[in-house]
Design a protein around this ligand. Sequence first.
Ligand code: DQB
Ligand code: GRF
Length: 203
Amino acid sequence: KNVAVLISGSGTNLQALIDHTQCPGNKSSAQIVLVISNKANVKGLERAHKAGIPSLVINHKLYKSREEFDDAVHEELVHANVDLVCLAGFMRILSGSFVRKWTGRILNVHPSLLPSFKGANAHKLVLESGVRISGCTVHFVAEEIDSGAILVQKSVPVFTSDTEASLSERVKRLEHIAYPSALEMVASDKAVLQENGKVLWKE
Ligand SMILES: Nc1nc2ccc(CNc3ccc(C(=O)NCCCC(=O)O)cc3)cc2c(=O)[nH]1
Ligand SMILES: N[C@@H]1O[C@H](COP(=O)(O)O)[C@@H](O)[C@H]1O
């Protein structure tokens, strides 16, 4: 399956997906054919370049509306014959019309154990809540933010000394294991999103 990874920043999850899909020993069902960033000069673009993967910057500020930005992204995905989209630190909300076109073919990694702590500041919410366990979730993207069907979750302890930085570092290490694993499940059709919004687990 041809995969596009959408980023907005450092791209450590992109790097994990690159390492997994480009490792000959893994015989991955997925091949990253395109990286799209909505921000220029981010580390993720260097990672793509070093891996020999074509990349694009589509600056959302150049578009009159969210839908027009999303249309530009969609056109590039179609042009590159993309089958699956992975959001990896992509910080733009996608319009309903875009998500509907990619339902069942678009994944995201969120740095909490969904459905708890949705939104853009999960680690902050986790620390404020006083929970003792956190983690990450890889899920299908649905129109409702951070609410799509769950594919993989991994947990970590939350220490009383934790800051957002220390917690995000601990969680990210597991994101880098969870995301390649989830991508493989979907790319090899072991996990399929059903019409009812639930995952059908084959094998
Ligand atoms: N429709 C849909 N689209 C998404 C886009 C990105 C992410 C990644 N996680 C994200 C979750 C939240 C945000 C957020 O609130 N950003 C601040 C507002 C930025 C903006 O105005 O765009 C961004 C990404 C998940 C989703 C999703 O679950 N559903
Ligand atoms: N979606 C969240 O944004 C961060 C992206 O980090 P990176 O992959 O750009 O390093 C990760 O923590 C991920 O959970």
